[in-house]
Design a protein around this ligand. Structure first.
Ligand code: SF4
Length: 455
């Protein structure tokens, strides 16, 4: 069996499963957020009754992160709905925007978009926050009401996005009927060269198979190259499995996975036991691709879908209006550090927005010093509009007052993961997906730029 099949077999209590089998699996964690949480709660109450209790109050994780820093009252209200549900159900893991358990969330635009407005428990973008808060464990099943839930596959678990109806069912029963996906095999070899990043690996792969090339399939990433990738790198790659239509993305378990997970579970007091899955000799794949990472170069996914791959060099004449660094995929500490290595001592020439994915990343950037200056200060000095209000922000557009949202038909180069029309705001705007280094280099020149020009 493949890694995915092994996890699904275990979670369904079977000795063996095959692609195409329909199996009932037990959920380990159900995650939801402010956009889908209220709808999921509505389905749960409608189907299980107003007095129903969730199947396990320690396994439902609620992370508001999407439409948070906006004056839109309906969006603010969604966070309150989550808080009321958490109180009613006595859920253990709720990463509220405010500290008052009976309060109301109201964003105050008069304080501006840059200054922190959240309380002490807020965790930021769910997919980046889940591992930070110790909720991703090898061998487990994670369901989330968000398509990029597949990011947790970096930790050798089966993680996939589900809709509100399925999530309402999981909330009530802790189970879900799944068709076992076929597995595509991506063997990673070699080592990334300077200026080339994990984002280039996944954009290369999606460029090979197309934005629907992995529809309802598992994408398994393994091989000797994986040990050269950090956990942040693996998260970037697994995150974008869905951009090829993948059901999930999954990595092998190794010492790095163990060190990360053990540290985070201990730090947060979450469940510390887990059982990773290892590769079998008899794996059956529907597709195989060997990627020699040492031969990759910086690439960009052009408007209007993540499969429109071109090299950054080929696009050198394309002028841009905006640059954006942020999101679960591209707003991690390591992403900002690589971005800062390029812009340090230089100035951006187009509007450049920076949104750390989580408060922990804000803290990292404000407490990491390079020659006596924080990375945060280096970015601000380069002209980046950097907000402390960690969250999804303009990655998916959001209400019109969302930080970084494109309200006119602009061209933006971005470290985010999705670029279908209208994704970051105006329906005629265009989004070009690239690595943090490519976005940084492009922000400095105002046109798509291969970051190796600055190394
Ligand atoms: S940062 Fe973007 S891709 Fe990630 S969860 Fe938020 S909206 Fe989705």
């Amino acid at each position: 069996m493949t890694l995915t099949e092994k996890i699904l077999a275990r979670a369904s209590g079977k000795g063996h499963v095959r692609a195409g089998d329909n199996v009932w699996v037990k959920a380990d964690i159900l995650m939801t957020h402010d956009v889908c949480g209220p709808g999921t709660i509505g389905v749960f109450k409608r189907e299980f009754g107003p007095q129903a209790k969730v199947w396990d109050a320690d396994r439902v994780v609620i992370m508001p992160d999407h439409y948070i820093f906006t004056a839109d009252s309906k969006s603010n209200r969604n966070v309150d709905i989550l808080r009321e549900f958490v109180r009613e159900q006595q859920l253990r893991y709720f990463y509220d925007v405010i500290d008052d358990p009976v309060g109301h969330w109201v964003f105050d635009p008069s304080k501006g978009m840059l200054q922190r407005q959240y309380g002490s428990r807020y965790a930021g973008v769910c997919h980046t926050a889940l591992p930070q808060k110790g909720h991703t464990r090898p061998g487990e099943i994670l369901f989330g009401t968000d398509s990029h839930t597949c990011m947790a596959g970096a930790f050798n678990e089966f993680a996939t996005g589900i809709g509100n109806t399925d999530a309402g069912f999981v909330m009530g029963t802790g189970r879900l009927l799944l068709k076992v996906p076929e597995t595509m095999h991506f063997r990673l070899e070699g080592k990334l060269q300077p200026g080339v990043m994990a984002k280039d690996v996944i954009l290369h792969i999606i460029g090979e198979i197309g934005f629907d090339g992995a529809t309802y399939r598992a994408m398994q990433f393994d091989g000797p190259g994986v040990s050269e990738l950090s956990m942040d790198d693996r998260m970037t790659i697994a995150n974008m499995a869905i951009e090829a239509g993948g059901k999930n993305g999954i990595f092998e378990f190794d010492a790095q996975t163990k060190a990360y997970v053990d540290h985070r579970c201990k730090l947060n007091g979450t469940l510390a036991e887990y059982d990773p899955v290892e590769r079998d000799r008899d794996e059956q794949f529907v597709y195989e691709l060997v990627v020699d990472m040492s031969r990759l170069e910086p690439v960009v996914a052009c408007h209007p879908d993540p499969g429109q791959r071109k090299t950054a060099k080929e696009l050198g004449a394309l002028r841009l209006d905006r640059a954006y660094i942020g999101s679960c995929t591209g707003g991690k500490t390591s992403d900002f550090l690589d971005f800062a290595r390029i812009v340090r001592g230089r100035k951006v020439v187009i509007d450049t927005f920076g949104v750390p994915a989580t408060p922990e990343i804000v803290h990292d950037l404000q407490s990491t010093y390079w020659d006596g200056q924080t990375v945060w200060a280096i970015l601000v000095e380069a002209g980046v509009k950097l907000t402390e209000n960690a969250g999804c922000a303009a990655c998916l557009g959001g209400p019109v007052d969302t930080f970084g949202r494109m309200n006119t038909p602009l061209k933006c180069i971005s470290t985010t993961n999705r670029n279908f029309p209208g994704r970051m705001g105006h329906k005629e705007s265009q989004v070009f997906l690239a690595s943090p280094m490519t976005v940084a280099a492009s922000a400095i020149t105002g046109r798509v730029t291969d970051p190796r020009e600055f190394l």
